[in-house]
Every structure is written in structure tokens, then in C-alpha cells.
Write a protein that binds this ligand. Sequence first.
Ligand SMILES: [Zn+2]
Length: 240
Amino acid sequence: MLLFAYIYPRGVNSMKMFCIVKSHLIYYILLILLMVSSTYAFEEKNGNKLANKVIVVDAGHGGIDSGATRPGVDEKDINLAVALQLKNILNQKGAKVIMSRQTDMELSNECDNEKVRGRYHRDLMARVEMVEESDADLFVSLHANAVRNDKKRGAEVFYYNKSETGKILANLIQAELYSVAGRSHSAQNANYFVLRRNKIPAVLIELGYITNTEERQLLLAPDYQQKLARAIAEGICKFY
Ligand SMILES: [Zn+2]
């Protein structure tokens, strides 16, 4: 329409046409502004929230290390299933995700530090090295719990007590998980190796108890795994 104003021959109606184009122009500008702002709002809500963030998602245990077990259930499989779902969601939000493992494997052979002895410690050190080598922003380790008391259930988030940012992140994730898996409003501190050795905000999440009959079934169900993954991703988004 603007172009039309330039090519329209000068004459009796040229000023009238110019006025029409001018009034229309305001609508076009408003329309463009509306489209830009709604696109921005959409991206804020649905994508790009975690753009440029590098997040290490650590599926606990793996390979010969099954973690907690009960007949027919290995913790390592639940951890990996939720980790893969979490990876997809974080990717959708713009984050770059580094998985400590994407298959059923242990990581002791991945450890570069020759001074670290023993399969168990080398496996854990390899997970910390991944953070250092990738210059990651955030570390999330996924686990599932088992205890003697089969009534105990719910998701719990842990942080290292000397990490203020870890504590903030843990509490944000715990608050989101509360609506999915109940148990506690606030995160707890713990002296786990992968938390203590990380210099970036790091949390360890016990997704639930495989020793509680009902929660065990939930933890094995892909739709429940996705609910957990979504809550964790939401907590991470709120951290930024
Ligand atoms: Zn574990």
C-alpha cells in the first residue's frame, strides 16, 4: 500500500489517496507490533527459555551397577527413562543437554583421572568430569530410592549444603515435584560425591521409592515419568 502511494500519479485524488494510505499504515504498524510481541511471548513461554544453557543430565548407575533393585525393577532403568524424557523437554526449551549415558552402561572406563581407583569411584568421577569438560551450567542427577519401610514414598531433591545456588535450584525443583509426587516442600542437603565435587549448581533427585508398591508402578509408567521430567524442567526454568 505504501508503494502504491509512490506510484500513484499526482492529481486531484493523490492527497486523498495519501491520507488513506497513511491511516492504513497505522493499522499495519499496529498489526506488526502485535505479531512481534505475541511471537516473543510465545517463545518466552514455550521455547528459548534455556537458550545457551548447557545442562548435564545424569542417569544414575548403569551397566553392572543396577542401583536399588526389587524383583523385576532396576533403579538404573527408571533413571535412564526419566533422563531421556527430561533431555527432550530441555531441548525443546532451547538448552543443550549432555547425557552422562544414553544406554545401559557404567562409566568407569570414561574416567580420565588415573589417580581415582576402583570402578565405583571412577564411574562417579566420570560424571563430574563431563561437567568440567563441557563447561556446563547445571548438573541434574536422577535416582530412585529403596527403603525397608514400604509406606515411604515421594520425590526428594538434594543439594550440597555449601552451594547456595544448588540449594535454590533444589528447592525450585522440589516445589514443582510436590504437585506430582508429594512428600516434601523443601529440598534437603546431602554430602553426595556428585554434588560435593561439582562447582556449578547441582542437584540429585530421588524420583520416588521403588519399595512402595503403588509408586513403583508409577515410576515404571512412561506418562508418570514424563510428569516427573516436566516438573524438573519447570523447576530449572524458574531458576533462570
Ligand atoms: Zn541411585
